[in-house]
Structures are given as C-alpha cells and as structure tokens.
Design a protein around this ligand. Sequence first.
Ligand SMILES: [Fe+2]
Length: 182
Amino acid sequence: MLTICREDTAEVIKRTDIFEEIVEELKKIGVLFERWNAKKTISEDSSEEEITQAYMEDIQRLMKMFGFKSYDVISMTPDHPKKDELRNKFLKEHTHSDFEVRFFVYGDGAFYLHPDDKVYIVICEKGDLISVPAGVPHWFDMGTSPNFKCIRLFTTEEGWVANYTGSDIADRFPKYDELKVG
Ligand SMILES: [Fe+2]
C-alpha cells in the first residue's frame, strides 16, 4: 500500500495498493520496489541460512546490480525486551550515506520517505522489497507490537548508520498502528 501525502498538512494526495502503480510512483523518486518469491518452502521458524538460501537468486541479483558486500537477517517480535527503544530509533527522520534495502521475509512495517515536498508512506508486507536511496530523509515505524523478519543488504562494513535530520515531521504523520486500523 502506498499513500502519498503533502509534507506540511499530511493531506492525502494519492493512495494505491496496485503493485504496478506503486512501482511506478516509487521509481520516480529513485526507490526500488519489488516482490520476491521464495524458491524453497520456509516457515516462521526457518533459520537464517534456510531463509537466505530460499531467496539466494534475488539476493545475488541485487548484490551484482548494486555492489552489496554483505547481507543479514534481522527479526523483531512483540515480546522483544528492547522493542520500544528500537522502534524510537527508527521513528525519527534520518538519512544514510549508504542506501538502505529491506526485504520482508515475514511481517510488516511502514516506511515514510520524504524526498521532496511530499511524504510517501509505504506499508511493506511479506514478500516486499524496498530500497531507500542514500541521502533521502525517511523514517520507519514497526508499530507498538512489532513482528517481522527482514533481509538487509549492505555495501559497507559499518552496517546501519543514521544521520538524524532533527526534524519532528514524523510526529505529524499517522503512526503505523493507526494506518493498519484505517
Ligand atoms: Fe533508515
């Protein structure tokens, strides 16, 4: 689901759940959006090894395309002791000098991209891949009951490094919990 809003009033300009339209709109702002299919059966209990094997063709395609050097699998569960701390870390607007790529093996979350005078809210679910270009302000809301497993791809050894913009824009937009209900 993609919702495009004005940055100042959060007024909705466009909303679509049609895959081709989402790909097209996000392409305009340099964001890659794909759907991946597992080549092997995996379950929520699958190991990191089993998960990466099931998506290896796609992982290697992107590694070649963008020069990624490493990848890992991260998990978040509603009973994670640091879920609030981690949620808040991603919930403030920030940029990266490297670009961010996430593939949702399971679960969901909302990316808020702020490349110009609009905010693009992308709700990602199982099978969705999204990239956030270097330097594009954005934030991510995993919700108050986070539950997901993601493959991350990196071009640097440092992994995830954020530069916070200091903006409070994220406070003026609906949180993921509200988006899920609405
Ligand atoms: Fe980020």
